[in-house]
Design a protein around this ligand. Structure first.
Ligand code: PGA
Length: 261
């Protein structure tokens, strides 16, 4: 069984004080530990908050700490960059790689993503690799082609011993921060194709272990329906992760079984 992951992408937001309040409130209201409802929560703050947020999460076994980016070199003259070893040193367990904002504003390519994924895997940092199509690409009927190319570009040739060391987030660009979401069935169909490709790349056993998340305007109102899809193993949440109440509701999404009770 794949343990669902609810990941918060805080992007370039929050002061140290705001972050502390948010984490403390979240820990009070979110209860991801209920029996039979094991869930992983990964908080991805901006770099200046990593150590502090990490220390607030200490001893909370269901919580992980993620960076929003990573550089593939170990150390040296790369001003402004952080290596996977440095991120591990800050307490990180995960790193978002290839977010569409980094691809668009910082010109990250699939080759960059490949090197970042490789460095992360080598240093025991779980990559949360993001893929997703633009509105134009979607309207041209190219969604699956685009996301498969991104997946192959970042992963083909990597060695992966186990599927729980990798997370993929399918985030249609037109859905990010817009209040528009893919339908649960639409997201499921793209994510199922991604899982199938993971099977081609790494074999069926590993493909069944990889957690595939949906991202793009996930909120308390749409999380339950998204999580009811068989291939959707969680969510990468931006805006709605900045408020303890809304992110806690997302972490505590209701399954069909719990809604029936
Ligand atoms: P959003 O962002 O939830 O605000 O749409 C998601 C993301 O960019 O990861």
């Amino acid at each position: 069984m794949r343990v669902p992951i609810l990941a918060a992408n805080w992007k370039m937001n929050l002061s140290r004080r705001e972050a502390k309040n948010l984490v403390e409130d979240l820990l009070k209201v979110a209860q991801p530990f209920q029996q039979n409802q094991q869930r992983e929560v990964v908080l991805c703050p901006s770099a200046h908050l990593l150590v502090e947020v990490g220390s607030l999460l200490e001893g909370k076994s269901n919580y992980g700490l993620g960076a929003q980016n990573v550089y593939w070199k170990e150390s040296g003259a790369f001003t402004g960059e952080l290596s996977s070893t440095m991120l591990r040193d800050c307490g990180c367990s995960h790193a978002i790689i290839g977010h569409s904002e980094r691809r668009a504003y910082f010109h990250e390519t699939d080759k960059d993503c490949y090197q970042k994924v490789e460095a992360a895997l080598q240093n025991n940092l779980v990559p949360i690799l993001c893929v997703g199509e633009s509105l134009e690409q979607r309207e041209a009927g190219k969604t699956k082609e685009i996301v498969l190319n991104q997946l192959q570009g970042a992963l083909k040739g990597q060695s992966l011993s186990s599927g729980d060391k990798l997370v993929i987030a399918y985030e249609p660009i037109w859905a990010i921060g817009t209040g528009k979401t893919d339908t649960p069935e639409g997201a499921e169909s793209t994510i199922a194709v991604l899982r199938q490709e993971l099977g081609n790349l790494f074999g069926e056993r590993i493909a069944q272990q990889v957690r595939l998340l949906y991202g793009g305007s996930v909120n308390p109102g749409n999380i339950d329906a998204l999580m009811a899809q068989p291939n959707i193993d969680g969510a990468l949440v931006g805006g709605a992760s900045l408020k303890a109440e809304s992110f806690a509701r997302i972490v505590n999404y209701q399954t069909q079984a719990s809604l029936a009770n």
